[in-house]
Design a protein around this ligand. Structure first.
Ligand code: 5AD
Ligand code: SF4
Length: 346
């Protein structure tokens, strides 16, 4: 097993069988995290890049079985921020020292291409890097956002197991989602994807495929999130909460994609007070402090118990910076593009 880890550290290549062996072994978590930490240090350094997350609408036309924003959840008060407030919140994030904003929402048709492009231009006028995380759109829409100034896009494949995807994402298509990912990459976006870990009936074999998919589709960022059951969804009684397995998938992703950006996800922190610290010591190099206004964040409930609920943007940022310093790391000073993407621009 140690030989396989050594091979991954030096070649960044593992085949499906090798990945599966490492995923099945229940004794190698610490060794994998240490190996991923070593590769992270070598390829992306000690800086931790911050992304200010603005959750601007919790309306969603989709019905993913795992997610609290699903359209059939009638227990949720829906909100959308207006264009002006979104832009002024981005300006506040900039005043707090953040250099990248992530605009995230459910798939909300109210924000049509014209509205999105106005918001994108408003934020880009502030000289911030901008990431969108607003779901599946046509190639033309993605091209229009890029033209308006958007730099990056996050869209998780969620799982590469097509049956599992179909079971969990009614009226969505795995092929269309994969097509969105390919479109975003070919349009020149810095591309972020990722998966959920711990869905009912998810296999280790499919998690190995997920990691290989990230490599194949040439992702620049990967977010791995443990699935956390939400009480107002059909998966309320599912087990989920696989923090260690999520950390393992994250570490293996770092080993195979050494020069990408990997966030320590909020879902990891939700499962353990040191969840993000473990991630940052096991391959992660990004944190996304939540800068959504306090009243809205409790309504942006993809899963319950989000640690950022109840805080103000300023509190959230301070907590994150303290955590980074406690780990002996530094806050990134630039826009924090992934070296992987920068290399492709040359
Ligand atoms: N637990 C953890 N992550 C979730 N997401 C949605 N629902 C949950 C849940 N119950 C994740 C999905 C989506 C991202 C925005 O949030 O992976 O892509
Ligand atoms: Fe909507 Fe995304 Fe939640 Fe699915 S995971 S219901 S697309 S917000």
């Amino acid at each position: 097993m140690q030989n396989l880890i050594e091979k991954a550290i030096h070649t960044h290549q593992l085949n499906k069988e090798e990945l599966l062996l490492l995923l099945e072994d229940e004794t190698n978590l610490d060794a994998l995290l240490a190996a991923a930490n070593q590769v992270r240090k070598k390829y992306v350094g000690d800086e931790i890049h911050l992304r200010g997350l603005i959750e601007f609408s919790n309306f969603c036309k989709n019905n993913c079985l795992y997610c609290g924003l699903r359209r059939d959840n009638k227990n949720l008060t829906r909100y959308r921020m207006d264009e002006e407030n979104i832009i002024s919140l981005a300006a506040h994030a900039k005043e707090m020292g953040l250099k990248t904003i992530v605009l995230q929402s459910g798939e909300d048709l109210h924000f049509n291409t014209e509205r999105m492009c106005r918001i994108i231009k408003g934020i880009k006028a502030l000289d911030l890097a901008l990431t969108l995380s607003i779901g599946e759109k046509t190639r033309e829409e993605y091209a229009a956002y890029k033209e308006a100034g958007a730099d990056r896009y996050l869209i998780r494949i969620e799982t590469t197991d097509k049956k599992l995807y179909a079971d969990n994402n009614p009226d969505m298509s795995w092929e269309e989602r994969a097509e969105c990912i390919r479109n975003l990459k070919s349009l020149g976006y810095e591309l972020g994807s990722g998966c959920l870990v711990g869905l009912p009936n998810q296999t280790l074999s499919s998690l190995a495929d997920d990691i290989l998919f990230f490599k194949e589709t040439d992702c620049d960022m990967i977010g791995i999130g443990p699935f956390i059951p939400h009480p107002d969804t059909p998966l309320k009684n599912a087990k989920g909460k696989e923090l260690n397995l999520s950390l393992k998938v994250m570490a293996l992703t770092r080993l195979l994609l050494p020069d990408i950006n990997i966030p320590a996800t909020t879902a990891m922190e939700t499962l353990a007070p040191d969840g993000q610290a473990k991630a940052l010591n096991g391959g992660a190099n990004v944190i996304m402090p939540n800068v959504t206004l306090t009243d809205f964040r409790k309504l942006y409930q993809l899963y319950p118990g989000k640690t950022t609920t109840g805080y103000t943007p300023d509190d959230s940022l301070k907590k994150v910076i303290d955590k980074i310093h406690a780990l002996g790391r530094t806050v990134g000073s630039g826009y924090g593009q992934s070296p992987h993407w920068l290399k492709e621009q040359k």
